[in-house]
Design a protein around this ligand. Structure first.
Ligand code: V47
Length: 360
């Protein structure tokens, strides 16, 4: 181990925050096991041998989207190819209700930026699910959607969040963050919230007592410096307005996107990113290995690289599968418990807010 790596190791041991230069150094290093070991130590300090999962159902209300981000294979035009669909509030309700008997504790509702549906439509979807199943937590709408709802309704972001909270929104997922470099956003996704907009929505949510997650989409056109800047902006927001529960690194899946020429990230990059996220995001407790994207074998290994959560059982994932994810669209609870046990960790079913439901 060289001197700089030793220095970073000492900082990690003494809980001293890593700098931007440290983060870049880690990315440039080939000493994957040293990086993994530091991240594993941090994970063990934070959450011991627990590895969390939840039993949830994803409901993607529509794939019709005015944003049409270059990295996305899910969004389509209203009158175009690719099977445009939009669920009515009744259909969304039925789709969610089907999963209730499987013991889900969370509805994970994410939409697209639909050209004509009014804000009332989204309110109605949340209200219906919450009124019938008040015990099931609703995690809904990325910051990009919330920002869009404010634009289409003429309300402020704070008003949009307050209304959604009143009808049953419990927390927000972390999507839409992509990478906080507005030159890249202008190139890949110019028609949606910019970096500061995304961060401000999460700040408002945290101030209103709504917990959120955060993500980073990596492995497209961004640089290592962009990734480290992204981590730094997330942890600065968490310092100022705490409320992030977990971070989910999202490796870019190029299939069926306008960036299909880009090579998929390597396992080395995925594991490094997991570990460096754990080390840089010292004020965010949970790091998720989203098995849907990584695949189960790599998600299991990621548990040795700082991850402490495998997300959920999901049932029917659409966004990543449009972009070529080869994994199943869902997994049952017994299998998720088994794969955590196989990795030598203790499976813990959690609710969305990380309250423990059962330790297996
Ligand atoms: O915002 C879109 C990303 C996100 C692709 O908060 C892609 O717990 C890779 O954010 N390749 C949506 N990624 C999913 C998401 C999420 C998933 C699971 C859990 C949570 C959580 C959040 O997926 C989008 C975008 O950043 N994305 N297209 C693609 N081709």
């Amino acid at each position: 181990m060289d001197r700089k790596m030793q220095e970073i190791g000492d900082k990690v041991q003494q809980n001293i925050r890593l700098s931007k230069e440290d983060g870049i150094y880690l990315y440039q290093s080939n000493d994957l096991l040293a990086i993994g070991e530091m991240a594993r130590t941090r994970k063990l300090e934070k959450t011991g041998r627990y590895v969390y999962f939840n039993v949830n159902r994803h409901i993607n209300l529509t794939n019709i989207c005015v944003s049409r981000c270059k990295f996305c294979a899910f969004g389509v035009d209203e009158d175009g190819t690719g099977g445009p669909y939009v669920m009515s509030p009744d259909e969304a309700f039925e789709f969610g209700a089907e999963a209730v008997d499987y013991g889900i504790t969370e509805f994970h509702v994410v939409s697209a930026l639909h050209p004509t549906k009014p804000f009332d439509y989204y309110i109605e979807v949340i209200r219906r699910l919450h009124d019938t199943y008040p015990h099931i937590h609703i995690q809904a709408f990325t910051a990009v959607e919330i920002f869009y709802f404010a634009q289409i309704s003429g309300l402020s972001v704070r008003e949009v969040l307050t209304i959604l909270k009143e009808v049953g929104l419990g927390s927000m997922p972390g999507g839409g963050a992509e990478v906080f470099n507005d030159d890249i956003r202008r190139e890949l996704c110019p028609r949606k919230a910019m970096s500061e907009d995304w961060l401000e929505v999460h700040r408002s949510a945290h101030e209103l007592g709504i917990k959120t997650n955060c993500t980073m989409l990596y492995g497209h056109v961004e640089s290592i410096e962009d990734r480290i800047n992204h981590f730094i902006r997330l942890r600065e927001l968490e310092d100022q307005a705490p409320g992030f529960q977990s971070f989910i690194p999202l490796p870019f899946l190029p299939e069926n996107t306008k960036l299909s020429h880009v090579r998929r990230t390597s396992a080395i990059d995925d594991l490094k990113t997991m570990a460096i996220a754990r080390l840089m995001l010292d004020n965010i407790d949970h790091i998720k290995a989203f098995w849907i994207m990584l695949g189960i074998p790599l998600a299991q290994i990621a548990l040795e690289f700082g991850a402490d959560d495998l997300d959920g059982t999901i049932v029917e994932e659409r966004i990543m599968h449009s972009a070529g994810a080869q994994t199943e669209k869902g997994i049952d609870k017994t299998s998720i418990i088994e794969l955590i046990r196989e990795s030598g960790y203790t499976p813990v079913e959690r609710d969305t807010l990380y309250n423990i439901i059962e330790i297996f």
